[in-house]
Write a protein that binds this ligand. Structure first.
Ligand code: 1CP
Length: 333
């Protein structure tokens, strides 16, 4: 049985598998070396040799229990023919959506653009290094993708209220995203993904009256679809105000919590397996503080099925030796 299945299937409370969001990324010098000679981020994601190599980089270095594929949630808008660019120091910039075209798009058209991702997954799952590791595929949640697709850039500085006004384009996009996200999930599973994580990075922007339409209803469809394929699904509704309501309605295989959420509230209210929580900034401090914070999460969840992870992605300025220390500590707990 692979490490994460002990949590999903056996609901083990004595073993804490560990993987880290953004474990393949900019804090690793070997990633930065590849990135330097590959300035086009989308092209890099579509290079199956390099993206599989990047996926395996953290697995070679650290005793992690899962490999998350090196890709991006914005590969879906890219597959839907929206222009996606990553600008240095700015972030993603998207082009206009051609609604007429996107409404007619077929799965085979989408696959023509995204197939390198599935081929990469195949390479990763055949590699000896992943023999005893879970391979995690992922998608952005419909809401988070909608935000990038309509806002056309990061919503870091907020979105205006007009966004939520009833508008037929949004309704159409939600239907399109449902169809193609299911397809993207299915293809990842067919090519070796053993777990799916749904990233809803901007769930915290939705107020109560809009939760049903933008978060609960579209996410539930993807969760039920993934479970129907017998694959566990982890949801990360970052900064959502009420994790308990979310879990009661969505019932994912595990819930990933952000670092602003009080783990004591979570352990009190939530019965399903939990993942994550620790602030990535703790890795920027010293070994003693890291040890203390790590132990805090492990102690709180000691009688609960718990996958160790952070409460958001590992920061680019993180020293890889701190990551090594963290993984060893969780393994020795
Ligand atoms: O070198 C670089 O500048 C590229 C940085 C980078 C990396 C390493 C981006 C651009 N994406 C990725 C990979 C990535 N993205 C992974 C790989 C697997 C891993 O975890 O190791 C994953 C899972 C993602 C998911 C992703 N992309 C999310 C959800 C998680 C989160 O961080 O909240 C989001 C919001 C994105 C969009 C995106 N892609 C890249 C950036 C810098 C962003 C965020 C833009 C913003 O601030 O709004």
């Amino acid at each position: 049985m692979k490490p994460l299945d002990k949590i999903f299937i056996n609901k083990n409370t004595t073993f804490n598998p560990i993987w880290i969001m953004r474990q393949a990324g900019r804090y690793l010098p070997e990633f930065r070396a590849i990135r330097k000679s590959n300035p086009d981020f989308i092209k890099l994601c579509l290079n199956k040799t390099l993206s599989s190599e990047i996926t395996l980089q953290p697995i070679k270095r650290f005793n992690l229990d899962a490999a998350i594929i090196f890709s991006d949630i914005l590969m879906v808008p890219f597959g839907l023919n929206q222009k996606v660019e990553f600008k240095k120091n700015i972030g993603p910039i998207l082009g206009n959506i051609d609604f007429e075209k996107v409404l007619k798009l077929k799965e085979s058209d989408f696959e023509k653009k995204t197939s390198p991702i599935y081929n990469m997954l195949n390479l990763v799952s055949k590699n000896k290094l992943t023999e005893n590791k879970n391979i995690i595929g992922f998608v952005g949640a419909p809401w988070t993708l909608l935000v990038y697709m309509i806002n056309k850039k990061s919503p870091k500085t907020g979105i205006d209220n007009s966004f939520f006004e009833n508008n037929s384009q949004i309704d159409n996009l939600l239907l399109i995203l449902d169809k193609f996200l299911k397809f993207h999930i299915k293809k990842q599973i067919e090519n070796g993904a053993e777990v799916i994580q749904i990233f809803d990075s901007w769930a915290g922007l939705v107020d109560n009256k809009n939760l049903q339409k933008f978060i609960y209803s579209p996410t539930l469809k993807l969760v039920e679809y993934t479970k129907s394929l017998n694959i566990p699904v982890i949801c990360f509704p970052r900064n959502i105000k009420n994790y308990k309501d979310y879990c009661d309605i969505i019932n994912p295989s595990a819930i990933c919590i952000d670092y602003q959420t009080d783990p004591l509230q979570i352990i009190k209210n939530i019965k399903i397996p939990v993942q994550g929580g620790m602030d990535p900034k703790v890795l920027l401090t010293d070994k003693d503080s890291l040890k203390k914070e790590t132990k805090k999460y492990l102690d709180i969840f000691k009688d609960h099925p718990y996958i160790f992870n952070l409460g958001h992605g590992v920061l680019p300025e993180t020293d890889p030796s701190m990551m090594d220390y963290l993984v060893k500590m969780v393994k020795d707990y």
